[in-house]
Design a protein around this ligand. Structure first.
Ligand SMILES: Nc1ncnc2c1ncn2[C@@H]1O[C@H](COP(=O)(O)OP(=O)(O)OP(=O)(O)O)[C@@H](O)[C@H]1O
Length: 309
């Protein structure tokens, strides 16, 4: 087996005239949590479905766990888990019945089944809910059940497509701790999200926009690369200040957050005095460099070719 769990070259998928995924290159190391961050319709699900072997690429090649796709999709399927955006278990079966049903599909024998289900109910804190119908469980509980189901057969590679879209922040935090447990045990995880806080937790991250992979790397490195390009402005009349800044060729975006204006520049400035020249002639404004967030990276990545907004 090679070092990478997934390798893709020039992966492309068209639906008629629409290019949903365009010429994507990827290399995902074993045991990592790799994130796809992108807005609605950016191609995350399409890319995941190609990497699972569920969708045939229009062009390009992909290999997952040393299986060539789409030719070897069938043997790959037994080694991966896939948690889709929509809850895909049976509402009218209990938590335990759902797991039992799936374990039979995966071909686990009676004793393996009992052992694995006991372990999962315990691991995902589902024991007290084991006889509750899935349809009567909360969003967070259903999501834990869906993850338990996706890991029943102990897959080496786990695909999670926007797994926390219907879950509150505390449950999301707990969910991510579980993902790190799986990662530490050697599972490779590919997670799609449009939440910045989730994306920031990943070991590696790719940002997708309109089917294109715009950038990839360690989240901290992506944010570090924007050093000197984010300025916080405080003071009166921020709406007018914003309007003025947006006419400047130096400014990529300006967004108000409470009593501050967060300004993202096209190029770094070392001297805050240079930045102040682009402001209206109001000396009462307080300006200071700020640390870039993943949202700044996202804006930079997806708006760099566009006019300021
Ligand atoms: N089977 C299909 N037939 C036609 N168009 C499709 C099909 N599947 C996806 N698309 C289109 O491809 C583009 C990418 O869709 P995709 O679902 O991969 O995006 P996404 O990033 O997962 O979006 P979301 O965050 O909303 O789930 C969209 O414009 C979508 O309408």
């Amino acid at each position: 087996m090679t070092d990478a769990a997934i390798v893709a070259n020039g992966l492309t998928r068209r639906f008629g005239d629409l290019v949903a995924v365009n010429d994507v290159d990827l290399e995902i190391a074993h045991g990592q949590i790799y994130g796809f961050l992108g807005p609605n319709g950016s191609g995350k699900t399409t890319l995941i479905r190609m990497l699972c072997g569920l969708l045939t690429p229009s062009a390009g090649t992909a290999r997952a766990l040393d299986f060539q796709l789409p030719e070897q999709a069938e043997p790959l399927r037994r080694r991966i888990g896939y948690m889709t955006q929509k809850f895909s278990l049976f509402d009218d079966l209990s938590c335990k019945e759902n797991l039992n049903f799936l374990a039979r599909i995966y071909g686990l024998d009676n004793s393996q089944r009992q052992m694995r289900i006991t372990t999962l109910l315990n691991q995902f804190n589902l024991e007290p809910l084991s006889s509750r119908q899935a349809g009567a469980m909360s969003g967070g509980q259903r999501q834990r059940l869906a993850l338990a189901a996706a890991t029943l057969h102990e897959p080496e590679l786990l695909f999670l497509d926007e797994p926390t879209s219907a879950v509150d922040p505390q449950n999301r935090r707990d969910f991510w701790e579980t993902l790190f447990d799986l990662s530490e045990a050697g599972t490779t995880l590919l997670v799609s999200t449009h939440y910045m806080d989730e994306a920031e937790r990943c070991h590696q991250l790719a940002i997708l926009d309109n089917g294109n992979l715009k950038t990839q790397g360690v989240p901290a490195d992506l944010m570090g690369a924007l050093k000197g390009r984010v300025i916080d402005v405080q003071g009166d009349g921020l709406r007018a200040v914003r309007q003025q800044l947006m006419t400047s060729n130096e400014v990529l975006s300006a967004a108000q957050q409470g009593d501050r204006l967060r300004v993202l520049l096209k190029k770094p400035v070392q001297d805050i005095g240079v930045f102040k020249q682009w402001l209206p002639g109001d000396q009462t404004l307080h300006c200071e460099p700020a640390k870039a967030t993943l949202e700044d990276v996202f804006v930079e990545t997806t708006q760099a070719d566009e006019t300021p907004c």
